[in-house]
Ligand binder design. Structure first.
Ligand SMILES: Cc1cc2nc3c(=O)[nH]c(=O)nc-3n(C[C@H](O)[C@H](O)[C@H](O)COP(=O)(O)O)c2cc1C
Length: 435
């Protein structure tokens, strides 16, 4: 894999607040619902010439975790990114919007508006979502396969709406009095299984071209969908093997559909617990997760793969034969598959398994160590073909974000792994750029 084509995003979250992290003296938790910390992150990301900032989102709130941590408390991604747009010039702005819950007309308009206000920097992280049905009259949540069918149609409607009021129709000719060539502004008359939308969209298309799509689910349906439409995949790849498998599979699927496999970038989440020494980083990680007790881990494993580890001895070696047949739906097939694959491949002890990122994190690639450790891990994964870049999620304490910007990014740029200057001004240009 060429050194010249990696792509880097930053999760626009105060990731260092999760679990116990928010209680540290300098955590800035009081700013959680203010613009400033996100703006600081976005500006630093732009200074480091990152491709984009990425705002995940959920449309539900579990109240129990709030007793001790921020949980899923959040701000609306479009409102937040619009504010960021007005203080930045080059960095891409990727907003999460659910195809399961939000109407395509609203999503199409929000994204096109963000594309205008940022002058071509919007991206859409298209999620089928894992929860939130109770807030949208859809209880229970439909099965993953059906959510992807709906996502496919949702996207089709959004794309038709984007083209229903083309940029070329805008004339704004004061002499002839013609504002728009209305021949070009046409209803879409969409009638499908899930949506009935007449159109056209009330926001015209920008001159900056289509908005790139990001996708996250990695079940068979999720991969098929991503291979067809995504420019980038936000991947959960806890280890090198998972990254290689996903990237090879997505590239193969894209090629089978007639796409250039290089058009689809696999960008795993990279959780960074960084400090000046490994020991400090390990302490930070341990302290941050001290409240993540065994019962919570047992419950998570049981929901995901149906395995009740409460009954097992800590030293029992887990193999495929321990995995029960599961016929009920799971929250995320991606996360369940990752757990199963790890057990089948590695035969871990119960104790080892309970410490894994699949169990106590979001299944993301995890580096606990120094900035140099992070750089080595990044180079290892890129060189092995396990990623086309990554989306950084600094955690534990605010120093992780500081070290990421002060040491990790400069080292990647100095060693020729990453751009020193933007060549373009739009997100599409950043994603297509090789340097
Ligand atoms: C790495 C990753 C990140 C995700 N981020 C979000 C998110 O921000 N918001 C959301 O509603 N769903 C999110 N999802 C859920 C997916 O959109 C999808 O609904 C879920 O993974 C089920 O799809 P699957 O069967 O392909 O796994 C994420 C999934 C993965 C794997």
């Amino acid at each position: 894999m060429s050194q010249s084509s990696i792509h880097i995003g930053l999760a626009l979250v105060m990731g260092w607040l999760s679990a116990n992290g928010w209680r540290r003296d300098n955590s800035q938790v009081e700013q959680l619902f203010n613009l400033q910390p996100y703006l600081d992150l976005a500006k630093q990301a732009e200074q480091a010439k990152l491709d984009f900032v990425f705002r995940p989102d959920t449309l539900f709130l579990k109240t129990a975790p709030l007793a001790t941590e921020p949980g899923f408390s959040n701000l609306d991604p479009f409102v937040l990114l619009s504010a960021i747009a007005s203080h930045t010039q080059k960095i891409g702005l990727v907003a999460t919007a659910s195809t399961t819950f939000l109407p395509p007309y609203v999503v199409a308009r929000q994204l096109q508006s963000l594309h205008w206000l940022s002058q071509g920097r919007a991206g859409w992280n298209l999620v089928t979502a894992i929860e939130g049905q109770q807030n949208f009259g859809e209880s229970p949540l439909s099965p993953s396969k059906q959510r992807y069918e709906k996502a496919q149609e949702h996207l089709e409607v959004v794309q038709k709406l984007w083209h229903s009021y083309p940029n070329s129709s805008l004339k704004m000719d004061k002499h002839s009095k013609q504002f728009a060539d209305i021949e070009q502004v046409q209803p879409i008359q969409h009638t499908g299984e899930y949506f009935h939308v007449k159109g056209p969209l009330s926001t015209p298309a920008t001159p900056f071209g289509d908005i790139p799509l990001f996708q996250a689910g990695a079940s068979d349906q999720g991969r098929a969908f991503a291979a067809k439409v995504a420019s980038a995949v936000f991947a959960a790849t806890p280890d090198l093997e998972a990254g290689i498998e996903l990237r090879q599979d997505l590239r193969k699927r894209a090629a089978q559909l007639g796409r250039d496999p290089n058009e689809i970038k696999v960008l795993p989440g990279l959780s960074l617990y960084l400090a000046e020494t490994r020991k400090e980083a390990e302490t930070c990680y341990r302290d941050t997760h001290a409240g993540f007790d065994l019962e919570r881990r047992y419950a998570y494993v049981e929901e995901a793969i149906g395995l009740n580890l409460r009954e097992y001895d800590d030293h029992h070696v887990l193999t495929e034969t321990d995995l029960p047949e599961l016929t009920r739906p799971v929250r995320s097939q991606t996360h369940s598959n990752l757990m199963r694959q790890y057990i089948i491949r590695e035969h871990p002890s119960v104790n080892t398994f309970l410490q894994r990122p699949e169990v106590c994190g979001s299944s993301h690639w995890l580096v606990i160590g120094t900035a140099e450790d992070a750089v080595d891990s990044i180079i290892e994964r890129i060189s092995a073909g396990a990623a086309d870049g990554f989306i950084a999620i600094p955690g534990g304490h605010i120093q992780s974000a500081q070290l990421f910007f002060e040491k990790v990014m400069p080292a990647l740029a100095e060693q020729g792994w990453f751009r020193r200057e933007y060549q373009g001004t739009t997100l599409v240009e950043h994603l297509n750029e090789s340097f």
